[in-house]
Ligand binder design. Structure first.
Ligand code: SF4
Length: 288
């Protein structure tokens, strides 16, 4: 496999053990498998969301909360069959979905493992929980495999993507990816427990000093998709040790409220907001 699974298209021969920009090779590496209670309420019913945190990432965000695993070095190698068994174990624990976190480098592994898991009795919806810097072609290959797409839409200003995540084409790539996700899953569908089983939730983390860009993101999302998608406006920005100066503090309540008020003024109704308490270290899962 000469990898072009994400817009970096770094062309690494991962099939033969060459590590890609995302830090990973052929066999899936998983860092954490556990019920998780802090996702948006509609994907976190019952005993929580059944998260599978994959190692490696195609972005290099200076504010990454999962920095310990995004480099691809921390975790355990798992075959497709072992992955399938973990989905069944999570299902047996009463979670409401199987939530693939940082799935982008692992699309083929996810598809193969789901084929096996469905044969073994998996019936829960799946969630594709990603950074938004996705290949539309790779997403197209996931048609029929994913119930809920949960992408970030981090920036509208390409310069911010370059400075904070190490990619120069973030907005264009994220727009194309989101278009494909909405085409596949469209309007949200919920089951009788209020769990979203089909749909798209777009996360936007408001950054300190950059509320103007957040407003541009919201404008775009609302203009293109109205209330057919759910928007999650997040306040939980937590400065990491190597953050650049402009991101070295938490978001203020005034900054966050100004973005929420802007969303209301645009007429956005289908949205989640957070309270200030969310900007806490306790929202960063401990990886072992
Ligand atoms: S998924 Fe990884 S290896 Fe594949 S193109 Fe993207 S960065 Fe390169």
């Amino acid at each position: 496999m000469i990898c072009n699974l994400c817009p970096r298209s770094c062309g690494s021969d991962r099939e033969n053990g060459i590590i890609g920009f995302c830090g990973v090779g052929k066999t899936a590496i998983v860092s954490r498998i556990a019920p998780h209670l802090w996702e948006e309420p509609c994907i976190c019913t019952g005993n929580g969301s059944g998260t599978v945190f994959f190692s490696g990432c195609n972005l290099r965000c200076s504010f990454c909360q999962n920095g310990k695993i995004s480099g691809g070095k921390l975790g355990r190698e798992m075959t497709d069959s072992e992955l399938a068994d973990t989905y069944i174990s999570l299902q047996d624990m009463g979670v409401c979905n199987i939530n693939f976190v940082t799935p982008t480098p692992w699309v083929p592994n996810i598809k193969r493992s789901l084929d096996i898991a469905w044969e073994r009795g998996l019936y829960l919806p799946t969630v594709y929980n990603c950074g938004g810097y996705e290949s539309a072609l790779a997403l197209r290959s996931l048609k029929g495999y994913i119930g809920v797409y949960l992408p970030d839409f981090k920036y509208m200003d390409a310069e911010l993507g370059r400075r904070f995540s190490g990619v120069g084409d973030y907005p264009e790539a994220a727009k194309k990816a989101l278009h494909e996700m909405v085409n596949q899953r469209g309007e949200a569908v919920y089951d009788s427990d209020g769990t979203m089983v089909k749909g798209v939730i777009v996360r936007h983390l408001v950054l300190p000093n950059h509320t103007d860009d957040s407003m541009r993101v919201l404008e775009y999302l609302h203009r293109e998709y109205g209330d057919s998608i759910v928007i999650s406006i997040m306040s939980q920005y937590t400065p990491q040790p190597n953050a650049p100066d402009e991101l070295s503090r938490k978001l203020t309540a005034e900054e966050y409220n100004s973005v929420v008020e802007y969303a209301k003024a645009l007429g956005i109704k289908n949205a989640y907001i957070q309270d200030g308490e969310s900007a806490s270290e306790s929202f960063i899962p401990e990886f072992r």
